[in-house]
Design a protein around this ligand. Sequence first.
Ligand code: ZN
Length: 463
Amino acid sequence: MKLAPVRFYNTFGRTKEELRPAPDGAVRIYSCGPTVYRYVHVGNLRTFMLPDLLCRSLEYLGYATEQVMNVTDVGHLTDDTFDRGEDKMLVSARLENKSTGEIADHYTAAFLDDIRKVNIRPASHYPHATEYIAEMLDLIEKLIAKGHAYEIDGTVYYDIATFPAYGRLSRNSTDKLIAGARGEPDPRKRHPGDFTLWKAAGGHRLQVWPSPWGEGFPGWHIECSAMSMSILGERFDIHTGGADNVFPHHEAEIAQSEAVTGHQVVSIWMHGGLLMLSGARMAKSAGNFFRITELEEQGFDPLAFRYLALQAKYRAPLNFSTDGLAGADRALRQLRERIAGWSAHPGEDIAKVSEEWESRFRAAIADDLDLPAAMALVAELSRSSVTPPTKARLLTSWDRVLGLDLRRPAPEGSLPAGAAELLAAREKARAAKDFARSDQLREELGALGVTVFDTAGGQRIKK
Ligand SMILES: [Zn+2]
């Protein structure tokens, strides 16, 4: 069967490109995953939603997928060049009085719980960085042998001057790369932008491994080169991450992987837009973040966050506010109630009409995951004159991509959409002795399936 072409925006060339997976092969996707020394926040969840939407959409269009997401359980330092800062895994371990393994297990489990809440399906593989130290050492040795890396006192640096394409992904000039090397760079480095592949243990006792250059631990960037190529091979289709991973993380990954293999490894680089809170990027380090469990405790359906995210283009920044989330929560509940009503409605399911809508939905997701267009189609279909059973069937099918649990039954005892407002209005009308209005509202409530009767203690309802 010939599959429909799919196009994605490739950060590398800043243009949409057609996906060309190996014939009859799965679309192979690698995604930068969580660092497990802290809880993930909803900004991280938005980043992890990108590969989920990719896999769901590709599968909907008939492609098979294989997705790898790494789990960074080697603490990488605050500063990406490893010149200063403290190891985050070790800080967490000290603060929480646990071993680094216990810390990683705890936060990995929390990460899996959190992604489940927003219907992010698990990846095919979750490799842990600590399980790939040998593969990382192998890559570093190859880079040294090929003249792309050099050692100073047990620390190995990548020599960026040996890889002319360094800076192409992020469109950084060499000047900017120097400026991008924060902190006081090691004066012995050949170029201030040279990044660490292996860091000498120094005073560290935990999470250090033997290497040809003495005890130490790997840099963050080499993890992703080692795990992606070990599992997916030296050529794979898509690499995802957040917009904040473009430089230096993915720039460094290209320099490492391509210098070792001598060819292009990743076909398409896709980056998710950041989540903004009051104009600033949601970040752990800035302290301005929400966990999905916190939003749940405030009474929001976690999938309201997913609904909110689907309404923005995945590559665009998205402003987060609790007002926006409340709107998404209401809209999602109403949509579920309407679908429940439509599916119970007698009527004809018309195949010809359904095909037209279906092809528009497929076209939207095949065009660089245009979920806002898909959500606009959901709204248009809901308002349309299409028969209720056809609406219900189409939306149920589209939910395989949207992941909004559209067929979830309303919680026991909950009111249909709009009923609470009508009840409040009727309470007011009765207080004002406007009985004509009160009777009219009673009829409107009846149409929603809510029977109202008046008692000495006020109005009561029966569903
Ligand atoms: Zn990565």
